[in-house]
Write a protein that binds this ligand. Structure first.
Ligand SMILES: [Zn+2]
Ligand SMILES: [Zn+2]
Length: 256
């Protein structure tokens, strides 16, 4: 798998066929798609992208690509693949699949615990609109999102060691995204059973929607047996969508 499949400034078109289904989207649409799309459309696209790319993105994150193993590279801390995996975790099925990965969550916690993290991350060269603040915020957000899926996570013995750092970062980065997510994450680590987080989780789960464009059914959805990512309200819509979904279901990386 070649490193250049994940250029900086990835666009929706550069990561999958999912965009073909939405011809009205501009080809240069950058991620995240949060502001450009309605929630239902976004979740549907994420399920499509995840069904094709999630296993490949995880495999890439653990590949021998040199910049992924070099702490002087911003890709070591927060790679493009990691950013996409993080983005895909807004899809509940993708979040569960990522939580079940044996290494990604504990490895992210270990990186956050690195005593040199701030100096090393700030010193990295970044391209495009990337920034130290966004990268560190994304790493914290990732840990926070996956902690909502605690029952699927691998054992992460050092998780509580994050608390003093989160407290320090909340003070240091007051007013920034980092401080807000550090504060929330500290609450999650201290009291994993919390009514507020249960509300967030059920709101995320309510975002699941039938993968057939135009159908807004959200109940009694079954996942595609092959990818376990795209869901449908029944056989009729799964059959209608198969002409599209078969092009991406479990296909992994493709050269365009
Ligand atoms: Zn599928
Ligand atoms: Zn449907």
């Amino acid at each position: 798998m070649a490193a250049n499949l994940y250029p900086q400034g990835m666009t929706l078109h550069s990561i999958g066929y999912a965009a073909l289904k939405y011809p009205a989207l501009p080809p240069e649409l950058p991620i995240p798609l949060g502001n450009q799309l309605g929630v239902l459309q976004r979740i549907r696209i994420m399920a499509h992208v995840a069904s094709q790319y999630l296993p490949a993105l995880l495999e890439y994150q653990y590949s021998s690509a040199p910049h992924l193993h070099d702490p002087t590279s911003s890709q070591y801390w927060c790679s493009d693949a990691f950013t996409l995996i993080n983005w895909l975790t807004s899809s509940p099925d993708a979040a569960v699949a990522v939580a079940k990965h044996p290494s990604l969550f504990p490895d992210t916690v270990d990186k956050l615990l690195d005593p040199n993290i701030l100096t090393a991350m700030k010193a990295c060269t970044r391209q495009g609109g990337a920034s130290f603040e966004a990268d560190l915020g994304s790493m914290l957000q990732f840990v926070s999102t996956l902690l909502l899926r605690k029952e699927h996570l691998p054992d992460t013995p050092h998780l509580h060691d994050l608390l003093p750092k989160l407290k320090a970062w909340k003070r240091k980065f007051g007013g920034l995204f980092i401080a807000r997510v550090a504060d929330r994450l500290a609450d999650q680590i201290r009291s994993p059973v919390n009514a507020d987080f249960a509300v967030v989780l059920s709101a995320q789960n309510e975002n699941l929607v039938c993968g057939f464009v135009g159908c807004e059914e959200k109940r009694n959805l079954n996942a595609c047996a092959r990818c376990q990512m795209q869901r449908y309200c029944g056989q009729a819509h799964q059959k209608s969508d198969w002409g599209f979904h078969k092009k991406i279901c479990g296909k992994g990386l493709v050269e365009e």
